[in-house]
Design a binder for this molecule. Structure first.
Ligand SMILES: CC(C)(COP(=O)(O)OP(=O)(O)OC[C@H]1O[C@@H](n2cnc3c(N)ncnc32)[C@H](O)[C@@H]1OP(=O)(O)O)[C@@H](O)C(=O)NCCC(=O)NCCS
Length: 335
C-alpha cells in the first residue's frame, strides 16, 4: 500500500472519480440513510479555503493501484492556528489492513511539522470510525444530537404561519448567497453572541467580524456551497436581532445543513428563532426544490433550540462525536 499527496488543483477526472467512489462506498456501508455524493465542483470543494487556511490531502492505493482510501486535513489560521480538522475514509473492502492507520500517520506528521498541537474530527456514533479513534487514543471532546427534518414531513401551512408570526418591532429578511452591502457589520455583531462548537462548516468559525464574514461567504461560494440566510432586523434601530444560516452543497444537493441560529440577548423571548427557521424552510421550498431533508445539531441537554426544532418537525436521530487528540500523543500511539 502506498500513500500519496493528493492535490485537487492538479488532479484529473479519474482521481476525482476514485475520491467519490470511496465516499459513496463508505456511505453505503456505514450510513446508508445518508445522501450520496456527486462530482459537481468536487475540485473546488476540496481546494478552496479561507485566505488564512490550507487544506492538505492524501490518497492511499493498494498494491494493484486501486484507491483504498483518502484523507484531508484543514489547517486553520488566526485564533485557531494551533489546531486543524481532518477526515479519513477507507473503502469498506480495504478495511482492517492498516490503511486508516497509514493515512492518520501521514496527516499527524504533517500536523506536527506545521506546529499544530491538536487535531479533531467528526464521527457519527453508529459507525466503525468510533472504534478506530478510541483505539488510537482520541478523546470525545463534544457530543451532540443530530436532528433531521425530511422536507416531505414539513407541515407547510403551519410552517408558513410560524414564519409570519413576527412581533411588531421586527422584520425578517431572506438573503441568498450573501448579504447586501452594509449588513455585514451588524450581522457579524450579532453572530459574536455565539460560541461556535461542534460540526460547523469551518468557514463559519470565527466569522464574527465583518471582514471574516465576507471571506466566509466568498469561501462557501468558492467551494460550491450555496448559503441561505434569514435575518431578523429590529426596525427602530436597524440592528440585526437574530440570524439563521443554512448551506446546500453542490456535492450533496439533496441535504441542507442548518448551521448557526442566534438571537442577540436583548431580543430573546420574542419568538424570533422559530419565525426565522420557519421562514428559512418556506424559502428553501422554492429556492432548493431538490432538497430532501435538513440536518442540524444541538447540545445533548438544555438546548433552547431543541424546542424550536421540535415545533418545526425536526427529530433527533443520532449522536455526533467530535474526537480530539494531542498531536504528540497521537504520534506516540501510532508508533
Ligand atoms: C475508521 C476507518 C478510517 C478505519 O480504517 P481501517 O483502514 O479499517 O483501519 P486500520 O486497519 O488502519 O486500523 C487501525 C487500528 O484501529 C483498529 N480499528 C479499526 N476499526 C476499528 C473498529 N471499528 N473498532 C475497533 N477498532 C478498530 C484496528 O484494529 C487497528 O488496530 P491495531 O493497529 O492496533 O491492530 C474506516 O472504518 C472508515 O473509513 N470508516 C468510515 C469513515 C468515517 O466514518 N469517517 C468519519 C469521519 S473522519
Amino acid at each position: 500500500m502506498q500513500v500519496r499527496d493528493f492535490d485537487p488543483a492538479t488532479a484529473d477526472g479519474d482521481a476525482f472519480t476514485d475520491w467519490l467512489a470511496v465516499l459513496n462506498e463508505m456511505t453505503e456501508a456505514d450510513m446508508p440513510g445518508e445522501p450520496r455524493w456527486c462530482d459537481d465542483r468536487l475540485g473546488d470543494y476540496l481546494s478552496v479555503t479561507m485566505p488564512d487556511e490550507a487544506r492538505v490531502a492524501w490518497s492511499a492505493y493498494d498494491d494493484d493501484g486501486a484507491i483504498a482510501g483518502h484523507a484531508n486535513l484543514l489547517l486553520f489560521g488566526g485564533d485557531f492556528a494551533h489546531t486543524g480538522v481532518f477526515e479519513i475514509f477507507v473503502r469498506p473492502s480495504a478495511r482492517g489492513l492498516g490503511v486508516g492507520r497509514a493515512l492518520l500517520t501521514e496527516l499527524a506528521k504533517h500536523a506536527a511539522a506545521d506546529g499544530r498541537q491538536t487535531i479533531s474530527t467528526e464521527v457519527i456514533a453508529t459507525t466503525p470510525a468510533v472504534g478506530f479513534y478510541e483505539r488510537l487514543g482520541f478523546s470525545r471532546a463534544v457530543v451532540e444530537w443530530r436532528s433531521l427534518l425530511p422536507m416531505s414531513n414539513v407541515d407547510w401551512s403551519r410552517t408558513s404561519l410560524q414564519a409570519r408570526q413576527v412581533s411588531a418591532p421586527y422584520r425578517l429578511e431572506y438573503h441568498r448567497g450573501g448579504l447586501p452591502d452594509g449588513l455585514h457589520e451588524r450581522y457579524a455583531a450579532t453572530k459574536a453572541n455565539l460560541r461556535t462548537a461542534g460540526p460547523q462548516a469551518s468557514e463559519w468559525r470565527g466569522s464574527s467580524d465583518a471582514v471574516r464574514l465576507r471571506d466566509s461567504l466568498a469561501t462557501l461560494r468558492g467551494r460550491g456551497l450555496r448559503t441561505h440566510l434569514v435575518v431578523a432586523v429590529h426596525e427602530k434601530t436597524e440592528q440585526v436581532a437574530g440570524l439563521t444560516e443554512l448551506v446546500v452543497a453542490a456535492q450533496r444537493p439533496t441535504r441542507g445543513d442548518q448551521y448557526d441560529t442566534v438571537v442577540a440577548p436583548a431580543h430573546r423571548s420574542y419568538g424570533l428563532a422559530l419565525a426565522m427557521k420557519a421562514r428559512m424552510l418556506t424559502e428553501l421550498r422554492s429556492a432548493e426544490p431538490q432538497l430532501r431533508d435538513v440536518q442540524t445539531w444541538t447540545a445533548l441537554e438544555n438546548s433552547p433550540l431543541e424546542h424550536v426544532n421540535a415545533q418545526l418537525g425536526f427529530e433527533q436521530d443520532v449522536h455526533w462525536y467530535e474526537y480530539e487528540a494531542t498531536v504528540s500523543d497521537l504520534l506516540d500511539s501510532l508508533r
